[in-house]
Design a binder for this molecule. Structure first.
Ligand SMILES: CC(=O)SCCNC(=O)CCNC(=O)[C@H](O)C(C)(C)COP(=O)(O)OP(=O)(O)OC[C@H]1O[C@@H](n2cnc3c(N)ncnc32)[C@H](O)[C@@H]1OP(=O)(O)O
Ligand SMILES: O=C(O)CCC(=O)C(=O)O
Ligand SMILES: [Zn+2]
Length: 408
């Protein structure tokens, strides 16, 4: 049977979409350092930076060198590693920070300033005119050092749209490489993202980067929608670590993008390194990988119910949108439970190298379900039931039974 077309592929008539040519700004060593548990010493930062580079991320964003003396020297050390990924640092819209940043050897500087009334009143206390003036000064200064510059508004979705578009037009005109929008409080939904990115796209000529917090669970969906609307770059961190409950996760974005353009993702990123990368960061910040993590959650490729197991055994695409082998992982069929079915049990019988007819498999499945009604089962329970049953039916009479069946 021919493979059906992928219903999750981008619509070719969607001319703004960058779903098939996106880039990653990896911020584990910036946003991720803002995660409550995070402390990365120099050695760990270097190990993480090298692993991210090896994975294939396009940019690595580092904590502001203005944050502390060690942050500054770590930034310089990572710049000297000669990684393929471009190294960015992230600063306030202030000349003091810009001066320190350009001395570190970074390939680019990400400048941010809050534009919502909340942040203008309670964070930095500056009005839009002041923001525009300092943005121009900082951008021109960074540009004069021949390095990339991005200007971003913090809390973009709670900012006044006219203010936003004005400041982005101003910075675009003076030649920023990218502008960024940030859902700093994680309240935006995909529709709002689509509208804002699309509107922004119509007023700037530079690339658009997006940053989504996950407070209301939309970080991955918002990232995808931003690409559909014409953004090109997405901020991520490993496991999504960041302020509060974090941002779009690298693994989650990979899962999402694989459904849309598997060839592009496979051509750019070493997906089989994802699990090691996540383990590295999980260990560094002392968290477990969540059970429901996309791709690497312990049951992400485990199939349990009998109906699922039967179809998966026949063709894994029935219940898997991602292929575990793309990530160096394997699928697992969980048959030690009362939701199992005879097809899954037959497959286990085959694995055990035992011979039972279909009707015998059905009979032994009934026994497994009976015990599964009483308590939780493990593989040894199931294997013992199968072996006992097999021993009971085995012998000369069984041999002839098989012969009879074959003859029939
Ligand atoms: C949404 C985000 O995640 S943005 C990135 C957040 N990253 C960081 O905060 C990096 C780590 N931060 C730090 O090490 C420190 O906060 C520093 C070094 C940046 C500043 O430290 P301090 O001078 O002691 O100030 P503090 O942290 O108390 O307050 C923030 C200051 O930055 C100013 N500020 C805040 N945002 C901006 C901005 N985007 N652009 C310019 N100034 C800003 C505030 O007005 C305040 O200055 P003030 O005390 O003169 O009013
Ligand atoms: O620099 C940015 O675009 C985003 C800054 C940030 O971390 C946020 O607003 O949540
Ligand atoms: Zn953030």
């Amino acid at each position: 049977m021919p493979t059906p077309p992928n219903p999750y592929a981008p619509n070719p008539r969607d001319l703004l979409s960058n779903v098939t040519r996106f880039q990653i700004i990896e911020s584990t060593l910036r946003e991720g350092e803002q995660f409550a548990n995070a402390f990365f010493d120099t050695e760990k930062k270097i190990e993480i930076a090298k692993a991210l580079d090896d994975f294939g991320v396009d940019y690595i964003e580092l904590t502001s060198p203005a944050a502390s003396e060690q942050s500054r020297s770590d930034c310089e050390a990572i710049c000297k590693l000669g990684l393929k990924a471009k190294i960015l640092t992230h600063i306030r819209c202030h000349m003091d920070d810009a001066r320190i940043a350009v001395e570190t050897g970074v390939d680019g500087v990400d400048v941010v300033i809050g534009t919502s009334s909340f942040l203008r009143q309670y964070s930095h206390g500056k009005d839009m005119n002041y923001i525009a003036q300092s943005a121009v000064e900082v951008i021109e200064y960074v540009k004069s050092h021949g390095i990339e510059i991005r200007f971003s508004s913090e809390d973009s979705f709670r900012s006044d749209l006219v203010d936003l578009l004005n400041i982005y037009k101003t910075v675009d005109k003076i030649g920023v490489n990218r502008v960024g929008i940030a859902d700093t409080v994680g309240g935006a939904n995909p529709r709002q993202v689509y509208e804002l990115v699309r509107t922004l796209k119509s007023v700037v000529s530079c690339d658009i980067e997006c940053h989504f917090h996950n407070d209301t669970g939309c970080a991955i969906a918002n990232a995808y929608t931003a690409l559909e609307a014409g953004a090109t770059l997405i901020d991520v961190s490993v496991l999504g670590i960041g302020e509060r409950n974090g941002i779009t996760s690298l693994g989650g974005l990979m899962a999402r993008m694989m459904t849309a353009d598997r060839d592009y993702v496979l051509s750019k990123y070493k997906l089989h390194k994802l699990r090691d990368l996540e383990n590295l960061v999980a260990e560094a910040v002392q968290v477990n990988i969540p059970f429901n993590n996309p791709i690497t959650g312990f049951c992400a490729f485990t199939h349990k119910a009998g109906i699922h197991a039967k179809a998966i055994l026949a063709n894994p695409s029935t219940y898997e949108i991602l292929r575990p082998s793309d990530f160096g992982l394997t699928r697992y069929i969980h048959f030690a439970n009362r939701l199992t079915g005879w097809n899954a049990i037959k497959s286990r019988v085959d694995q055990l190298n035992l011979q039972l007819s279909d009707s015998q498999c059905k009979e032994v499945t009934a026994k497994i379900k009976k015990l599964g009604d009483v308590r939780s089962l493990n593989i040894d329970d199931v294997d013992s039931i199968i072996r006992e049953y097999h021993a009971a039916v085995a012998g000369p009479s069984t041999a002839s039974l098989f012969v009879d069946e074959i003859d029939n």
